[in-house]
Ligand binder design. Sequence first.
Ligand code: SF4
Length: 571
Amino acid sequence: MNKQRRSFKQKEVGVSHKKRKNRFSVALVYPNVYHIGMSNLGFQIVYDLLNRRDDVVAERFFLPSEDEPLCSVESGARLADFDLIAFSISFENDYINVLKILELADVPVLAEERQKIYPLVIAGGVATFLNPEPLALFFDLFLLGEAEQNLNNLMDILIDSYGRFSNKEELLFFIATNEPSVYVPSFYRTEYNKDGTISSFYPVREGIREKILIAKKIPLDDIAYSKIISSETEFSDRILIEMARGCGRSCRFCAAGYIYRPPRYHDPADLTEVIQKALDKKGHVGLLSASISDVPSIDKILSFICEKKGKFSISSIRADAITPQFLDYMKKAGQKQVTIAPEAGSERLRKVINKHLREDKILEAVQLIAKAELSLKLYFIIGLPTEEWEDVEQILRLLKLIKHCVVKEGAPKGRVINIKANISCFVPKPFTPFQWVNMEEVEELKKKQKWLSKKIGKEGGIRVSFDVPKWAYIQTLLSVGDRRVSHMLLLAHKFNGNWKKALRYSEINPDFFVYRQKDTSEILPWNFIESGIRKEFLSQEYKKALSSEESEICTSHPGCKKCGVCSLLSF
Ligand code: SF4
């Protein structure tokens, strides 16, 4: 047994141990290292769904370190020895690792070069159902949407059809015509206009759907939580629990607020039961939700955790939801830092992004946090649509006001100021009102970062960190590119991850995807995916953004027809 695998196995609790004999075998791959993959609840959900079935055995693979072989954590098996290789992909920056892993396993990276039927190479995960096209050349099929809704059907189809087809294309056709959320890229053709935009995207075989439906589990039944605990993960000391799926706040830059519509919540009593069990096991729960304060009865749930003398952690909270009571729970539960996300420094830009957050609310929250003697972390974004230099200056102005609040509360008691600010770069995402917007030029972002870094540095007491703009550029390319970006990815892989060199050799200028403002009438690479959200709704939201107009949040009330998702689901 190799060193790394032995170490992982020794540190894990809750792993499924099944024999492969007479079972359909799945290599479940997270395209990054173990530490990151096992911190991802989505990956754990898929592993659990697969191994719950008696006719399936799933083993995990991660990107190995340089000197270690690629093999499954469970049995040390080779990747190519499974019936199915299934990648779970959450982040665009992991795409390049998909190619690396296939190469390490001696599996041809291009789908068309894989002549043998098995193993099929497939992918799912949120990055793929936002836009799978930059990965189109590498996968036999994509399973789009929430695994609780479509994974079992796909496994039934694969198991029932095992050995029945003598050619891969016929097997893929059979799968695609029996599961509406399966997308087989080789069954579609893209044609382009002279200016490089897409003129048409259509299925090349009769019987293949024009639109692929994103599968959604509505209502959610089981409450997802991390069943495998490992000391080798970011959250080694706690059990992660999904408190809600989606978010109704409708921030216009955020994909989670659109792709997971409608937002879904669990019964608070059921959540409390799962939390109770988790606390009995580990004493610490990580509560996952895009907007934790919107979880029904969250106050009661947090009070329950505190009564049980348990610990909880949350990633961030809306500033306008912060109360002395909430902070008291956080302190009792061992949290030392509160994270809030003003996102923009100016009132105007917060309206553009539909943040529904006024400056007085931010400052009230900061005052309460300082009073509670907790440290403060803030998230901002630069390069947002319509941002002017003035808006960047407003970040500095707001930070000064925040610092002043903290000093006023803390100084008389001799407390040290502890403020962190993370300033990221805006990356346009499919299925959001900003899907047509270009990313701001890297050089401009660098200028803004340099200015902010200098000015905030002079202030003292605020530790600031920034995204690397060139990585935001690659992320944008992989988020909104079409299948021609697959070739750039292939080049980047050939040049050992050297994107600069890869983009230099690319036949198409990548700026075409990253820096070009798209017309709302343009065919976008992900238009063949049916998310339920009407294009007219998104373009209307985009127009409102341009005139700094906020719109209502999604309250998931029955009968609502606002964005279109609920009408589609009620069919
Ligand atoms: S139709 Fe209404 S309730 Fe349903 S997701 Fe859209 S905005 Fe929310």
